[in-house]
Ligand binder design. Structure first.
Ligand code: PEP
Length: 252
């Protein structure tokens, strides 16, 4: 089964609106055709309005880095899926390990956010992955299976096929340590098996699974050559236009 690669830059808390705008202007007409690769930038909330307008008519897609699960209400400082849909945002990163570790994101809130995203035509990019302790303690299967199972809870098969799962071993994020391609593929394959058990093989084969963790132009080719890796979620190396373009080009 051939799945279309999806390369998503995750800017985290970087770039002013002006810097974000300049980046999008520099890359938007150079990304590959959307029939070949999905090219996505996940940017801070403040820049989204501007970036959606900048990217309009191009093949670059814009993502939020988080979303709340309620449509509106007394949630000071939060941004709702209604607001993102209204702007024209197309994807949303959910459950990044930094949000799980620092902002009380749980498997339950991840699941609520997945449902809220589908209700508002946002494609969820759901992050899962184990810590170094969990890997060295031989617990990565249990951890990843639990995260995936809870993220997909109550999601019907026709929506499940649209979910993008990002496998990001926490020990490889921003550390310069990349999981070897074989290690990364082993977990991505395991994620597909987990989704097969939740649904069926036909559903699991449509789900795109990204690897994330110190991906850069020099190592993306080897990662994408693996059987179960369908793209990358990239932090540091997505901040420069040349490097982001090298990443999306490698997925062609
Ligand atoms: C990330 O932010 O999801 C990430 C993988 O970061 P980096 O590529 O910098 O390791």
């Amino acid at each position: 089964m051939s799945r279309k690669p999806i390369i998503a830059g995750n800017w985290k808390m970087n770039k002013t609106v002006k810097e974000a705008h300049e980046f999008v202007e520099a890359v938007k007409d150079k990304v590959p055709a959307p029939e070949i690769v999905d090219s996505v930038i996940a940017a801070p909330f403040l820049a989204l309005d501007r970036l959606v307008a900048d990217a309009k008519g191009s093949d670059l897609k814009i993502a939020a880095e988080n979303v709340h699960f309620e449509n509106s209400g007394a949630y000071t400082g939060e941004v709702s899926p209604v607001m993102l849909e209204d702007l024209g945002v197309q994807y949303v990163v959910i459950g990044h390990s930094e949000r799980r570790a620092m902002f009380a994101e749980t498997d339950e809130t991840v699941n609520k956010k997945v449902h809220a995203s589908f209700a508002h035509h946002l494609v969820p990019i759901v992050c899962v992955g184990e810590t170094l302790d969990e890997r060295e303690g031989g617990r990565w299967q249990a951890v990843v299976k639990n995260q995936v199972t809870k993220a997909f809870a109550g999601v019907p098969a026709d929506q499940a096929t649209a979910v993008v799962v990002a496998y990001e071993p926490i020990w490889a994020i921003g550390t310069g340590k990349t999981a070897s391609s074989e290690q990364a593929n082993e977990v991505c394959h395991f994620i597909r098996e987990t989704i097969t058990a939740l649904y069926d093989l036909a559903t699991a084969e449509q789900v795109r699974i990204q690897y994330g963790g110190s991906v850069k132009p020099a190592n993306i080719g080897e990662l994408l050559a693996q059987s179960d890796i369908d793209g990358a979620l990239v932090g540091g190396a997505s901040l420069q236009p040349e490097s982001f373009l090298a990443l999306v080009d490698a997925a062609k």
